[in-house]
Ligand binder design. Structure first.
Ligand SMILES: C[S@@+](CC[C@H](N)C(=O)[O-])C[C@H]1O[C@@H](n2cnc3c(N)ncnc32)[C@H](O)[C@@H]1O
Length: 324
């Protein structure tokens, strides 16, 4: 840890740590681990993530694990012998020798090299569903039901920013009128998998979703005004600069009554790991930062907070501010 209390961040690769197991919580593998680094006062670190052998980002909160009773209760890691105490995750292996952690600035350890690959190789390695974070059905339906609760209509023109492999699209495309679902995504392999393996050819022909592969948020390529948009688990992977670019490009494509929903990890202070936007990184922002991303780009921001996301992402709504 970099000294001081809480809010420092470390990245651990669970495979390298020799951890595997089946969670008592949702999904496979280790969902939550509480780590206490000995010799570092009583810093407690908790992790939450996808699965046992994935890289999981750990954020030190400076308080006790909120996952008491689930998963591993405590790991003492001092760079040599590591002991796991308690926990109901099975089977958890004892770690014989934990990797040495840099005591000076462990954030330097969280480089893109320590994360799973991005791009086509990443999609091939992880599979398209896992690449976007798994929980396919749950998070797809969560988004669809949320949008319906916000009043989406079949006649609306909807933009799915970072649509991935159509986790939302498989529900929304059939619901919307033909040609009313627009999706933008930087990975062509995800779009392909979404069309072929998830949506299917006949629905694609019937509903004609418009899908663009682009990494620069070139929303003007659609040549359409957007009524409603969502970026689900996009800002959780983007640096502040990339978020600015997204918000800036979106505003001119919206109507005065349009709304854009974005999810994010809320934290007491910014966590940006690694320093550049990364599909498998961890980016958390404060509430005021999130409101400010919109305010600076001409939106009124409304904090919606909890929307039952299984990984506790929260929601904010941005509406274009009328120019004076
Ligand atoms: C966690 S996934 C979520 C995907 C989708 N929103 C969903 O709920 O299934 C994040 C997605 O953002 C995409 N992405 C990241 N940066 C992007 C960018 N600059 N432009 C477009 N897509 C981007 C990634 O390729 C990935 O598909």
């Amino acid at each position: 840890m970099a000294g001081g209390l809480g809010n420092d961040t470390l990245t651990f690769n669970l495979a390298n740590l020799g951890l595997s197991g089946t969670s008592s919580g949702a999904g496979d593998g280790v969902d939550a681990i509480s780590l206490t680094l000995s010799g570092l006062a009583s810093q407690t670190i908790f992790v939450s993530g996808n699965a046992g052998t994935d890289t999981i980002i750990c954020t030190a909160l400076g308080n006790a694990s909120p996952f008491g009773g689930q998963g591993v209760d405590s790991i003492t890691a001092n760079g040599a012998a590591t002991t796991i105490v308690g926990g109901v995750c099975t089977p958890i292996q004892m770690i014989k020798s934990a990797p040495k952690m840099k005591q000076d600035n462990p954030k330097l350890n969280a480089t893109s090299a320590s994360l799973p690959p991005q791009g086509a190789i990443g999609v091939e390695t992880l599979g398209h569903r896992q690449y976007v974070g798994g929980m396919w059905e749950e998070i797809g339906l969560l988004q669809f039901n949320f949008l319906k609760s916000q009043g989406i209509k079949p006649t609306d023109t909807f933009l799915d920013i970072a649509c991935g492999a159509l986790r939302l699209g498989v529900h929304l495309i059939p619901y919307l009128e033909k040609g009313h679902y627009l999706g933008i995504e930087k990975e062509q392999a995800l779009i392909n998998a979404g069309l072929k393996e998830e949506l299917g050819e006949s629905l694609a022909e019937e509903k004609e979703p418009i899908l663009i592969c682009d990494k620069d948020f070139s929303f003007d390529k659609f040549g359409r005004r957007i009524d409603m948009a969502i970026a689900q688990s996009l800002f959780t992977h983007l640096s502040p600069e990339t978020i600015d670019q997204c918000m800036k490009n979106l505003k001119p494509c919206m109507n005065k009554n349009s709304v854009f929903f974005a999810t994010y990890f809320e934290s007491q202070s910014q966590a940006v790991i690694p320093s550049q936007s990364h599909d498998h990184g961890y980016f958390a922002y404060t509430k005021s930062q999130m409101l400010d991303f919109g305010n600076r780009m001409g939106f009124n921001a409304e904090y919606l907070g909890d929307w039952n996301h299984p990984r506790s992402q929260v929601m904010v709504a941005y509406r274009p501010r009328a120019e004076a």
